[in-house]
Design a protein around this ligand. Structure first.
Ligand code: DC
Length: 224
């Protein structure tokens, strides 16, 4: 039996940092599902697909070849490499134009159905730490362990501004984060929710190691 750890939470809560670090600790594969939605968004923007057109986006999702893989030797600028039709788009999917469009693309049922298959297959193959918005609630409802990471929106905006080297732009990041929180938690299909039985951690109060230790402790309890 493979083990799966589902990590959900809002934008900027630290899911990738904590999830990747925990995956290393238990020697599991780290899968960031946000990257998949980002790659599809890039394909839609580049292909001029209307972001309101659910049918066209569903078709694009079903036809696109999107994969995530462990980074190559020396690629220390990333936790994962994401490919769109074989092309490395890891940096391109983090640009502001993708940031602004990704919530609109990921709210469509056809898009989510196409992603679900890829994500579940990954979790059947090997031990995974999978991060996203609906992993514990929809993608892996029988996950070995469910974790929900969160932090106050202001904390997340300050963190984002520091990462981007723009401490003067905290208010802009805060506005973006609030918009994305609303879009992700209010959509009709697979909205962001705390999964039942999840370990809830506040990354504004616990640092990365504190979170990783807490997750490890919970997993040990379950294994015992
Ligand atoms: O985690 P992130 O910021 O890279 O995610 C980008 C967007 O993708 C986010 O606004 C919502 C969407 N997403 C989703 O709907 N479901 C997931 N499992 C992961 C991401």
């Amino acid at each position: 039996m493979t083990r799966s750890i589902a990590v959900d939470g809002p934008s900027g809560a630290g899911k990738s940092t904590v999830g990747h670090s925990f995956a290393e600790r238990i020697d599991a594969t780290f899968v960031d599902t946000g990257l998949m939605y980002r790659a599809l968004t890039l394909a839609a923007l580049d292909g001029g697909v209307d972001l309101e057109d659910a049918v066209a986006l569903g078709r694009l999702a079903a036809e696109s070849s999107i994969s995530v893989e462990r980074p190559g030797v020396g690629q220390s600028d990333r936790f994962e490499t994401v490919r769109l039709a074989g092309r490395d788009v890891t940096h391109e999917v983090r640009t502001p134009r993708v940031d602004r469009a990704v919530s609109a693309v990921s709210r469509h049922a056809g898009v989510r159905d196409a992603m679900l298959g890829i994500q579940r297959t990954a979790a059947q193959r090997e031990d995974v730490v999978m991060v996203g918005r609906d992993i514990g609630t929809v993608v892996l409802p029988d996950a070995t362990l469910k974790v929900y990471l969160t932090a106050d929106a202001v904390v997340r905006a300050r963190r984002r501004a520091a990462e981007m080297g723009r401490p003067d732009r905290v208010d802009d990041y805060l506005a973006e984060i609030r918009l994305r929180d609303d879009a992700d938690s209010q959509r009709a299909v697979a909205p962001l929710r705390i999964p039942e039985g999840a370990l809830v951690l506040d990354t504004g109060k616990l640092d990365v190691e504190g979170c990783v230790d807490a997750i490890a402790a919970r997993l040990e309890e379950l294994d015992a």
